[in-house]
Design a protein around this ligand. Structure first.
Ligand code: DAH
Length: 347
């Protein structure tokens, strides 16, 4: 055996690659098109005829040794790749990534927006940190009026730096504050709903939380009547809870509406026959409403001699609980995936 072939054979026998890349280098060096074996086979014609047979056997032995090494390690590397979970066939579909779901409050808020947008309401927004004027005064809550106690307010402490703001700032206690902002910046006809988060200083329980969500809605134009309010809310209740839903308006009091009412729907759980949710009355309250007080229109720079309007406000948590039969509103902010996963695929 020639020295050069022997040293190549020794190199092949000693070869133990530690990576796929090293194995590829080896393949290129020995069995590749421009590798040593191609070269050795090409030299066959220069070998003296009597030595040709022996030379051929030596080169073939080298070739077999190189191929055996390649096969041995190719298998080993492929094995370890699939051990890591990488499929050999890259065209196979991948493992699905776990997808999240929309929060039930977002689903219901989107549905409320959709229902009202079908009858011409657009969507308005306002700040969560609100001044006294928009949250209280413009809505007819005079200073020191006991009505302000209806809502336990989180006031923002500005004493440390009075230059920040002259007056009281609070986390808004209701989305009615957006009413005044919209009136101040738009001319009637105005037909809008205002979804948002609100804050109240309440002890957390199954029925109350220190933050929750509301949707305010109002319509201002010439000649808007209580009948328009009633029909709009009947339409909403039937779209949201089913076309057999009935509504009932009970007289109530809010500083910013006159007359004011609370609206009940026939219980969507027991269909009026009586259950725990409706406390066996067959009715559940879902919102407050009324005709916008002329003083509030005035505060929003709208002439109450020319225009009238209705307004309503509802809690998104309450609607969602009735819609999905949820008994405890704390679950909305707990982020428990066993709860949230139940809304997968709901849009
Ligand atoms: N702002 C009221 C609340 O938070 C809800 C409400 C009642 C809004 C009557 C209205 C309305 O627009 O007319 O309890």
């Amino acid at each position: 055996m020639s020295d050069s072939i022997r040293s190549l054979l020794e190199e092949v026998q000693a070869f133990t690659p530690s990576s796929k890349e090293e194995l590829e280098q080896f393949r290129l060096k020995f069995t590749g098109k421009k590798g040593a074996l191609t070269d050795l086979f090409a030299r066959m014609k220069d070998v003296a005829p009597e030595s040709r047979k022996a030379y051929g056997q030596e080169v073939n032995a080298l070739k077999e040794a190189a191929e055996a090494k390649l096969n041995q390690f190719r298998e080993q590397f492929e094995q370890s790749v699939s051990d890591r979970g990488v499929e050999k066939d890259p065209t196979l579909p991948g493992d699905p990534l776990p997808a999240g779901s929309r929060h039930p409050l977002s689903l219901v808020r989107a549905e409320i927006i959709q229902i009202f947008s079908r009858v011409g309401f657009n969507v308005s927004d306002g700040p969560e940190i609100e001044d006294d004027w928009h949250n209280f005064s413009a809505l007819n809550f005079p200073p020191e009026h006991p009505a302000r106690d209806m809502q336990d307010t989180f006031f923002i402490d500005l004493k440390s730096d009075p230059s920040l703001y002259q007056g009281a700032l609070a986390l808004r206690t209701h989305t009615s504050s957006i009413q005044v902002r919209v009136m101040e910046s738009q001319e009637p006809p105005i037909r809008t709903i205002c979804p948002g988060r609100v804050y109240r200083n309440e002890a957390i329980s199954a029925r109350a939380h220190c933050f929750f969500h509301q949707v305010e809605g109002f319509y201002i134009d010439k000649g808007v009547s209580f009948a328009d309010l009633r029909q709009t809310l009947l339409y909403f209740a039937q779209e949201m809870f089913g076309h057999d839903t009935r509504i009932r308006l009970r007289p109530s009091y809010f500083p910013f509406t006159e007359p004011s009412a609370e609206m009940d729907i026939s219980c969507s759980i027991c269909k009026g026959s009586g259950c725990n949710v409706c406390k066996h009355s067959g009715w559940v309250e879902i919102l407050g409403c009324g005709m916008i007080d002329p003083a509030v229109l005035q505060n929003g720079n709208i002439d109450p001699e020319v225009y009238s309007g209705f307004a309503f406000g509802m809690g998104v948590e309450r609607i969602t609980m009735l819609r999905y039969g949820i008994r405890d509103l704390r679950i909305f902010s707990e982020n428990d995936v066993r709860f949230l996963d139940q809304f997968k695929g709901v849009y």
